[in-house]
Design a protein around this ligand. Structure first.
Ligand code: SAM
Length: 445
């Protein structure tokens, strides 16, 4: 299809793509203001405040770390955990049904074999196993315990939560906050000690967790091995890394020593940071014959945050070299399904939220764009930089996107910046667009 330059040639497909991405970016911009606010605050005295976030309240003093900007990180973690909890329960029920079906099958075949006793034993076993035990969660680096409290209060089917910090003040504060929120102490363990040590201990005692959250200062690399040891088969690991300078290519040597990868210093550093972290988690998992399935991965503010599921699978762990940076189609669809379910959560629907989910617009914006991101395309084009390189006026990006779509290629934007484009169009086609623009400039002169 011919493209009229200076105006936009629209098909129904391009129109819808442009409208929805523009809409998501405006939601995202509106959402940025939400992140800067704190929740309702009540002053107890000059040094102590009560801050509300989600369903939890915490006492914030000078002695313990509390970062209101990280509310987005906690909100999205709660939403992903809620979706995961539902998935986990459904999987459990399906497994139970399969067991019942196969035990009934065995029962009938056993009876015809003339051995009814064994059949009866199997049937009673399957009825015993029926109850879903719920989820055990760990906030391994908890500070005030806010995140752990929110897991307890907001995520369904949570059986118990453990929070851990090596700072005694933090532990005192977490205990105080648990009492403030009337959490039964037998279901909320507050532990003081090194995070890795605690996780190894729990792994050895075979008291593993369904959800482990790692939210450290800087890199999470030192805690990955212990976390992967202490997580249940099929469990979910949430990892934050705030050392963006390292992941984004400013310190290649440090990045290699922490993540086993040398980064490029480039415009696509956010995408690269996510991939380096996922690659590192996958390699740690591989050492334990485990594999990861990424659920939601974002680069936002000053950090990257990834949620992955962990499965024990020696066979798939062997295929890691092929899997790195190259997810298969089913896994991508799986991740989109998860994002869609997160977007469907009540907290994100207008008028249906009982709790204060302050960052919901931003979550909708980021995940809305992520849903459409081409995840099989690892790199991005920076539209602004290309316009600068060709010394042309920066027309609305919709024109560039329409051009690529009209040529029959797939296009998406990237969640960190509306001027980044992912496409499966070959570089020749991308440059063709800019060369046409340059020629048009010459004609105008
Ligand atoms: C960024 S803060 C955690 C914030 C918290 N997750 C939240 O959402 O509010 C990091 C915490 O990890 C603790 N920490 C750092 N290294 C640790 C380690 N090796 N073991 C246990 N706690 C550690 C610090 O004392 C600090 O309270």
């Amino acid at each position: 299809m011919a493209l009229r330059l200076g105006s936009t040639v629209c098909t129904e497909k391009t129109c819808t793509a442009r409208k929805s991405s523009a809409n998501n970016f405006s939601i995202l911009r509106a959402g940025l203001f939400e992140t800067r606010r704190t929740g309702p605050v009540q002053h107890i005295n000059q040094e102590l405040l009560v801050v509300e976030e989600g369903r939890a309240k915490i006492l914030v003093g000078k002695d313990v770390f509390y970062n209101p900007v990280q509310c987005f990180n906690r909100d999205i973690s709660i939403l992903v955990a809620k979706t995961f909890a539902e998935v986990r329960r459904t999987e459990f029920e399906q497994k139970q049904q399969k067991k019942i079906f196969s035990s009934q099958h065995v029962a009938t075949s056993v009876e015809t074999d003339g051995r009814p006793l064994k059949a009866k034993r199997m049937e009673s076993q399957s009825t015993e196993e029926k109850k879903f035990a719920g989820l055990a969660c760990l906030d391994a680096l908890s500070a005030s315990g806010l995140r752990g409290l929110r897991y307890f209060l907001e995520v369904p089917y949570v059986r118990e939560v453990a929070v851990n910090d090596f700072d005694e003040h933090a532990v005192e504060s977490a205990k105080r906050n648990a009492t403030l929120n009337r959490i039964p102490p037998e279901r909320f363990e507050v532990h003081c000690g090194d995070a890795s040590f605690f996780m190894y201990e729990r792994a050895i005692a075979q008291k593993s967790f369904d959800i482990i959250d790692l939210d450290p200062y800087g890199t999470a690399a030192p805690f990955l091995d212990a976390a992967l040891n202490a997580i249940c088969d099929g469990g979910m690991l949430g990892v934050t890394c705030t050392d963006m300078g390292v992941l984004a290519g400013n310190h290649p040597g440090t990045c290699y020593s922490k993540y086993g990868c040398i980064p490029q210093k480039a415009k696509y550093c956010h995408e690269m940071a996510i991939r380096i972290l996922l690659g590192s988690i996958a390699q740690h998992a591989g050492r334990q014959e485990k594999v990861i399935i990424p659920l939601v991965s974002i680069s936002v503010d000053f950090y990257v945050r990834c949620f992955v599921r962990v499965f024990h699978s020696p066979v798939r762990a062997k295929a890691l070299p092929c899997a790195l940076g190259n997810q298969n189609e089913q896994e991508l669809n799986n991740s989109n399904e998860i994002i869609q379910s997160v977007l469907n959560e009540d907290e994100l629907k207008e008028g249906r939220n009982e709790v204060d989910f302050r960052t919901k617009k931003r979550i909708q914006g980021i995940l809305g764009i992520q849903m459409r991101e081409l995840q099989d395309i690892p790199l991005i084009y920076s539209y602004g930089d290309l316009c600068g390189f060709f010394r042309i006026k920066q027309y609305p990006i919709a024109l560039f996107i329409s051009y690529l779509l009209c040529q029959g290629y797939r296009v998406s934007q990237f969640h960190t910046d509306g001027l980044y484009v992912k496409t499966d169009a070959p570089p020749r086609i991308v440059f063709e667009f800019f060369i046409i623009q340059v020629m048009r400039l010459d004609e105008d002169v």
